[in-house]
Design a protein around this ligand. Structure first.
Ligand SMILES: CC(=O)N[C@H](C=O)[C@@H](O)[C@H](O)[C@H](O)COP(=O)(O)O
Length: 235
C-alpha cells in the first residue's frame, strides 16, 4: 500500500456542463496548482481530463468516470468499462459508487471491485453515504472508503458540512476512511484527520471559482449591496 497520501490533502479538480473551467487544459492547470500547494493527490473525472493532468502532475490521481442518470445525480464509475477507460488514461486509483441506492447487488459490486483490482491492477476507493455501505465496501475488498456521497442518497440526510461522525465511526471500525464532501475550511480538514481520516478530499472550496465567488457576492447581496451573480453552473 502506497502511504504517500496518508494524512494529506487530495484536491478534486472537476467541472461539468457549461462551467467555464470544463476543459482539460483548465482542469490540468488546477491540478498543477494543487500539487504546487502541497496536495498529495488529485481527484478528477473523465479519461480526457485525467490524461491531461497526468502529462504534468506527479502525485497520484484518483480517477472517476461519472455518468449522469436521467437528470438525477451522477453515478460514479458504474461499470468495469468505465473503470478501464480511466485506468488507460492514467488513473492510479479508481473511485466508484458503492451505495445501496446505485449498487444494490452485493455480488455484482464484489465482482466489480475484484475485476478492477485484479485485472486492472488498480486500487479501489468506494464512495459511500452510510456506515453500513462503508462496512460492506470494505468487506468486499475496497482499499479506501470515502464519505463522498453522505447527503446525496435517499438514506443519508442532506447536509452542508463534512460527515465527521461517519469518518470517526468507519475509522474506529478499522476501515481506511477518506473524508470527502462539503469540506470548506482547513480547520474542517484537520478535524477530519483528527477523527481518523486517512486523507481528506476537497473540491468545491478550492477549485470551483464560481462557487467561491458566490460566497462573497451572496453575503454582500444579502446585506443589500451588489449582485449575487447569475451563474447556475453544476459541478
Ligand atoms: C456527490 C458528487 O458527485 N461528488 C463528486 C465526487 O467526485 C464531486 O462533485 C465533489 O466535488 C467531490 O466529492 C468533492 O466534494 P466537495 O466539492 O464538496 O469538496
Amino acid at each position: 500500500m502506497d502511504n504517500s497520501m496518508k494524512h494529506g490533502l487530495v484536491v478534486s479538480c472537476q467541472a461539468h456542463f457549461d462551467h467555464p473551467l470544463n476543459h482539460s487544459l483548465h482542469i490540468a492547470a488546477l491540478a498543477k496548482c494543487a500539487e504546487l500547494g502541497g496536495a498529495v493527490g488529485i481527484r478528477a473525472d473523465s479519461p480526457e481530463h485525467i490524461r491531461e493532468i497526468k502529462k504534468n502532475v506527479n502525485v497520484p490521481v484518483i480517477g472517476i468516470n461519472k455518468v449522469l442518470q436521467h437528470g438525477h445525480r451522477f453515478f460514479i464509475t458504474p461499470t468495469f468499462e468505465h473503470a478501464k477507460d480511466i485506468v488507460e488514461a492514467g488513473a492510479d486509483i479508481v473511485a466508484l459508487e458503492a451505495t445501496f441506492q446505485n449498487q444494490p447487488d452485493t455480488e455484482a459490486l464484489k465482482e466489480l471491485i475484484r475485476e478492477i483490482k485484479e485485472e486492472l491492477n488498480t486500487p479501489v476507493m468506494a464512495d459511500i453515504s452510510t456506515f453500513e455501505e462503508g462496512v460492506r465496501a470494505w468487506e468486499l475488498g475496497a482499499d479506501y472508503v470515502g464519505t463522498t456521497l453522505s447527503g446525496y442518497t435517499d438514506i443519508s440526510k442532506n447536509r452542508q458540512t463534512p460527515d465527521i461522525e461517519l469518518v470517526k465511526a468507519l475509522a474506529d471500525a478499522g476501515i481506511r476512511t477518506i473524508c470527502e464532501g462539503h469540506v470548506s475550511s482547513p480547520e474542517q480538514a484537520l478535524a477530519a484527520v483528527e477523527a481518523g481520516a486517512y486523507f481528506v478530499v476537497v473540491g468545491t472550496a478550492i477549485t470551483d471559482t464560481v462557487a467561491i465567488t458566490k460566497g462573497y457576492t451572496g453575503i454582500l447581496h444579502n446585506h443589500g449591496v451588489g449582485s449575487d451573480g447569475d451563474a447556475n453552473c453544476m459541478r
